[in-house]
Design a protein around this ligand. Sequence first.
Ligand code: DGJ
Length: 729
Amino acid sequence: MKIQVKQQENNGIHFHLSNKSVSLVIESTQDGYVFLRHFGKKIRNYHASNRPQALDRAFSPGPYADSRCFSLDTQRQVYATAGMGDFRYPAIMIANEKDQGLDLRLLTYEVQDGVVPIAGLPSSHANQKAAQTLKLVLEDRVLAIQVVLFYTLFAESTVIATHVEVTNNSQQGYTIEKLHSAMLDLEHCNYELIELAGAYAREKTLQKTPLKQGLMSVNSRRGASSHQATPFTCLAAPTTNEEQGEVIGMHLLYSGDFEAGVFVDQLATTRMFIGLNHETFRWQLEPQATFTSPEALLTYTDQGFGQMTQDMHDFVKAHILTGQHQNALRPILLNNWEATYFDFDEAKILALADKAVEAGIELLVLDDGWFGQRNDDNTSLGDWFLNEAKLPKGLANLVEQVNQKGLQFGIWVEPEMVSVTSELYRQHPDWCLHMAKRPHLYSRNQLVLDLSREDVQNYLIEAMSTVFASANISYVKWDMNRNMTCVASALQQHGIKEISHRYILGLYKILTALIEKFPHILFESCSGGGGRYDLGMLAYMPQTWTSDNTDAICRLNIQYGTSFIYPAITMGAHVSAVPNHQVGRITSLATRGAIAMAGNLGYELDLTQLPQTELTEIAQQVQTYKAIRPIIQAGDLYRLLNPTTTPNETAFLYISKDKTEAVVTYCKVLAQAESPTTVLRLKGLDETARYRDTKTQQCYGGDELMHVGVTIPLARTDFYTVTFHFQKC
Ligand code: DGJ
C-alpha cells in the first residue's frame, strides 16, 4: 500500500493511493477543486494521460467569467455538492434559511498510519502499521463548513475504506439534508447494476439491470437495511463472469435506512454512490459541531465476481469481524424454533438436548417463548423475565443440566421491541416510536422501542445484562421482527428526521456495551432471518441467521446471493424438517445437509420425532462437517455453477487457504430425461499437487481436476446433491 502525493507545476496536487491491485487517483486543481482521475486497476504512476478536454458544454454553468469550458457539471468529481453548477445527484446537501450552496475546495491534507475509527459507528479495524489513511480537508469559506474525506488503504487487502466528516466552524446552525459516505464518478456507463434485492424468506436475490440515463437507486426506508435490499451495489461490464471482467463495488457499514445506486448523466458518465438515505435523514449541525457519516468500502477487480467475492470475504474476516469469535470455528447448533415453536417445557428442551448430544451437536439454542407470558407472538416482548409456567426450575438450572450433558447453551432475545400486552408497555407507553396524534401501526403485533432515547438504551443494556448474566450463556440470537413506522420520539429532543439515524446510533451503543461486558458470548444477529444482514451488524455480531427459509432448494439462491459478499463463517444455515415449513417441499436429509454445510451448520427440527436411521445420518453429517468446517469457514469460495445462469444446477467449492483440502457440492434441482452429463471443472487448486477423493481413495492431479474435471453421476431424482472432499496426497 502506498499514498503518493505529487505537487504539480500548475499548483495542483496528484494523490495516488495504491494497494496490491487497485489505484485511486485524485487531483486537486490550483483553485482547490478536487476531481477523480482514476479508480481501477493498479498503475505505477499517474501522468494525467486521461486529462479532461476543455469543452463548452451547453447548459453547464461554471465559475469563471472568462471561460465557458469549465463546469462542475462535466467533471469527474470526488464528492459532489449541490447548487454550484453540478446538476447530477449530489453527495452532500447543507442549508440554512439563506444559503443552500456548498463550494468545497481543498484546504489541506494529511497522511497518517492506521485506520480512523468512527465514534459511535462501526468501522474497519487494522493494526497501526497495516493501514494508511489519506485525509483531504475541504472547506466552504462562505458557510465556514469543513468537510473531511478519509480514504484508508490496507496492507493485506484490495478494499479501500472511506467516510466523511462535516464540521460547522461558523456561529450559525445548518441542516445537513444529505450526506453520502462514498461517491465515484466513472468515465462511462457500459455497466450492469448488481444488487441483492428480495423479500422476507427470499433474501439476497441477485438482480442485474443495465444502466440507463438518470437515477437508479437501491435503498431501504424501513429503519433496517432490510430483507428487500442490501447496503451494497456493484457495477460490472456486461460480459463479466466469475473469472473475468471489471467489477466496481460499494458497501456501507450501516444497518438502517440507506441509499446506493448510480446516476448516469447526459454525457454517459456514471456517478456511483452509497450512504444514508436522504429521504429519512436530516441533521441539525450546531456551531462547532461535527457529524460523521457511516463508513463505506470501495472495491475493484478486473477478475470477475469470484475475485470480488474473495476480496470481500477476506476483508470481512480480517477487518470487520471482531472479538474472541472473529475467526473462531462456529459451534454446530440445534435450535428449538422449528422443532417446537412456542410449545415447549423443560422436559422437551432436555429431550432435544439428549438427542443433540447423541448426534455430536455442540450448542443448544432456546429460541422465542421462554419469557413473560409468551405462548404466542402477541405478547410479552419487553418482559425479559422467565416464563415460569414453562421453566419452573429456572433458567440457570436448565442451562446447568444442558451443560452437564456436554452442550453449550444459547438464548434468543428481541430487545428492540415491545408488545402492547407487556409489563414494559404498561409502565412506559411512551417508550415506543410513535406519533402523538396517530394510532399505532402493528406488525407481528409489536411496536419498536425508541432507541434514540438514552433512558431506553440504558434500560436495554441493564435488562439484557441481567439475562446474559443469569446463567452460563455462551450464545445469543438477537432478533428484530418488524420495520419502523410512525418514526417519532415522545421526547421531541431532536428534529423528527434525526430519529431513524439516532435509533441506529442507540442500537450500536447498546451492542458495544453488551459485547464489552460479555466478550465470551457468540452473538448471532437476526431480523426475521436476513432482514438486517449487513456489515454494520457483522462488526458487532460475527454471524447472522441468513433466512427464515430453511428449504434447501430456496437456500441455493439465498446463499448464492449472500455468498457474493459475506463469508460462510457469518452465514447461519440449518437443516429443518420436511415437508419444509416455509414452502412445503420434501427433500432428502442428504440434500438438506449438503446445502446447510455451505455455511454455519445447524439443525432446527424435532430430533425426538426422527427415526433412528435419520438420527444416525445426522450424526454422520455432524461428523463430516466437523472435518470440513475449517475449509468452509476459513477457506476460499469458488462458485462453479450459479443458479442465475444455470437455474437447474448449482455447484460451489471451498478450498483451504493452503490448498491442501477442497470440498465440492453439486446440486441438481429437477431430474431430466436424457440429461447431458455434467463434468465439473474445479478451480483454485494447486495444479502440481495430487488430490485424493476421500470417498473413493482415488488420486487425481490438481491440473486434471481443474482442466478435465469430475463427472457428476446421473441420478433419477429431484433435489439431488453430490459432494466430494479432496485432500492433497
Ligand atoms: C424470527 C427468526 O428469524 C426465527 O428464527 C425465530 O427466532 C422467530 N423470529 C422467533 O420469533
